[in-house]
Write a protein that binds this ligand. Structure first.
Ligand code: XLS
Ligand code: NI
Ligand code: NI
Length: 440
């Protein structure tokens, strides 16, 4: 079989002293942290659309990343070559999972029938390669944002015929997910939003979105597809306002329509920051609601106002992410999917490996630091002390519901002005830095 990365062997862990750019410095899949191996904790996944299909194009210029798996004039042959190259990449970088949209793995045909027929052929190959390598599908999803028919969205399109087309695409992808044993299924509302309220019936579009999701739940149940369903929040881009704005918005939407039992969230760092939240915040909001299902691990550029989808290198943010994940008992059946692309200027094939290595090392270190912080109880002890006034006395009465405005007035009249207590933010920030710097 043709090798697409002939000069690169399976990436190995060489430890912190290694100067080899093609080796892990921190991520040692077999190393145990807090009772589980790093591999079990981190569940890394490669995003097919960026890593295999990314061209480096931007609104000002075309492709800069020319890939050897994409050189056939027959689009189906190119799709097969890409799938083979993908599995070579997955096994050499050492991830257990990957994720794709229908239109990443196979081009769209003239009709739905033709598209589905071609898709079947590529899915068959994917299934075989999964079996040969043991790499699994973390999630699949339907691309309902690239084709011109979806210019006004799919589930929230003003035209019912487009709603129907998107529904047909999702039906097919649920079947594909079942066939390939996907552990999750993602809904990212690419163009489910609006540009102007002058032409948008907000209430009707939200009702339609809920109907669409309910139909997907019903069909998955009918065919016996038990994957965890995920919604991926994003506040804007491509639409000016996206309905799945952030974790809090998605959760309240799901609850308003009685869908909360069927969905969890796939939280992406760059989407959180576009919503003017930290990654930490959006993960935490999902987690405290029992709805943190999976993560799109990337990072944005705070100087730029769009989804730059960079590979995560920020140790601080990865540490906070792993803290939330460990505190909720892990991310499975979800994972850490690198929804990230190498820069337009990073034109070597090697850059794909280097980017993933850096990201995997970043999260491996975040995992170690977070595990240590939890073990040492640094943050939890501080939190406990900060809220101790609710453990007994008047605070306990507030929490158990026996306090009233009258009883609290009486308390205040008796005790007078509360004493100031420091939030000790700087102290805690120093402690986090100390842990990040000294964890081995
Ligand atoms: C785009 C999204 C997208 C989803 C999958 O911003 O991150 O890539 O993850 O449709
Ligand atoms: Ni994403
Ligand atoms: Ni994104």
């Amino acid at each position: 079989m043709k090798a697409y990365f002939p000069t690169i062997d399976k990436i190995q862990y060489e430890g912190p002293k290694s100067r080899n750019p093609l080796a892990f410095k921190v991520y040692d899949p077999a190393e145990k942290v807090a009772g589980k191996t790093m591999r079990e904790h981190l569940r890394f996944s490669v995003a097919y659309w960026h890593t295999m299909k990314g061209t480096g194009s931007d609104p000002f210029g075309g492709a800069t990343l020319i890939r050897p798996w994409n050189d056939s004039s027959d689009p189906l042959k190119a799709a097969e070559d890409t799938m083979r190259a993908a599995f070579e990449f997955f096994t050499k970088i050492g991830v257990d999972f990957y994720a794709f949209h229908d239109r990443d793995i196979c081009p769209e045909g003239e009709s739905l029938q033709e598209s589905n027929k071609m898709l079947d052929r590529i899915v068959k190959l994917a299934g075989k390669l999964q079996q040969d390598t043991g790499v699994k599908l973390l999630w699949n999803t339907s691309n309902m944002f690239s084709h011109r028919r979806f210019a006004n969205g799919s589930a929230t399109n003003p035209d019912a015929a487009v709603f129907a087309y998107g529904a047909a695409q999702v039906k097919k992808m649920l079947e594909v997910g079942l066939e390939l044993g996907a552990t999750n299924y993602v809904f990212w509302g690419g163009r489910e939003g609006y540009s102007t309220l002058l032409n948008t019936d907000l209430k009707r579009e939200l009702d339609h979105l809920a109907r669409f999701l309910q139909m997907a739940v019903d069909y998955a149940r009918k065919i016996g597809f038990g994957a965890q369903f995920l919604i991926e929040p994003k506040p804007k881009e491509p639409t000016r306002h996206q309905y799945d704005f952030d974790s809090a918005t998605v959760i309240s939407f799901l609850k308003a329509y009685g869908l909360e039992k069927h969905f969890k969230l796939n939280v992406e760092n760059n989407h959180a920051t576009l919503a003017a939240h930290s990654f930490h915040h959006d993960l935490k909001v999902a987690a405290i609601n029992g709805m943190l299902g999976s993560v799109d691990a990337n990072q944005g550029d705070l100087l730029l106002g769009w989804d730059t989808d960079q590979f995560p290198t920020d140790l601080y943010s990865a540490t906070m992410a792993m803290l939330v994940i460990l505190e909720q008992g892990g991310i499975a059946p979800g994972g850490l999917n690198f929804d990230a692309k190498v820069r337009r200027e990073s034109t070597d094939l090697e850059d794909l490996f280097i980017a993933h290595i850096g990201a995997m090392d970043t999260f491996a270190h975040g995992l170690k630091v977070a595990a240590k912080l939890i073990k040492d109880g640094v943050l939890s002890e501080n939190l406990k002390a900060r809220y101790a006034s609710y453990d007994s006395g008047v605070g306990a009465k507030i929490e158990d519901g026996t306090a009233t405005l009258e009883s609290l007035e009486a308390y205040t009249l008796k005790h007078g002005e509360p004493q100031a207590r420091s939030g000790r933010q700087e102290l805690l920030e120093n402690v986090i830095n100390q842990y990040i710097l000294t964890t081995k």
